[in-house]
Design a protein around this ligand. Sequence first.
Ligand code: HEC
Length: 120
Amino acid sequence: MKKLFVLLFIASVIVACGGESAGGESKANPPSKMAANTTDIDAKKIWKIRCMACHGLNGNQGLNGAANLQEVDISLEERVAIITNGKQGEKGVMTAFGEILSPEEIEAVAKHSMTFNKSL
Ligand code: HEC
């Protein structure tokens, strides 16, 4: 009688463990794919929303004292710094975008601003 009780106890432990591991497996869902992807940044769209009002669609509008980006030949690093911190130009002030755009967005739109000067 005692032997049977021990066997029943071992059997119930095995069943309990089996049930638990099956439950654990069903909880292991694949991770969500909602994380932001920096390659999805649309630099052209940022340009139209944030920059076009002064620089124009093709960079040469020159409104509010904005530089003609078809003639500007400064480096990507200098552009990122100016877009982040703004610039006091001779004829106007460029807005600082450091608290408006993410670093990834600033780099993307800085690269886009280099496409206006065809000699680069
Ligand atoms: C409020 C008007 C205004 C807006 C909006 C604006 N800019 Fe400017 N931007 C200027 C002015 C003014 C200057 C300085 C011109 C100068 O150097 O005399 C300038 C300068 C620059 C320069 C550097 C040119 C140089 O030779 O130093 C870059 C690059 C630039 N802007 C890119 C951008 C980008 C990219 C955006 C959008 C994220 C943007 N700008 C939005 C007005 C603006």
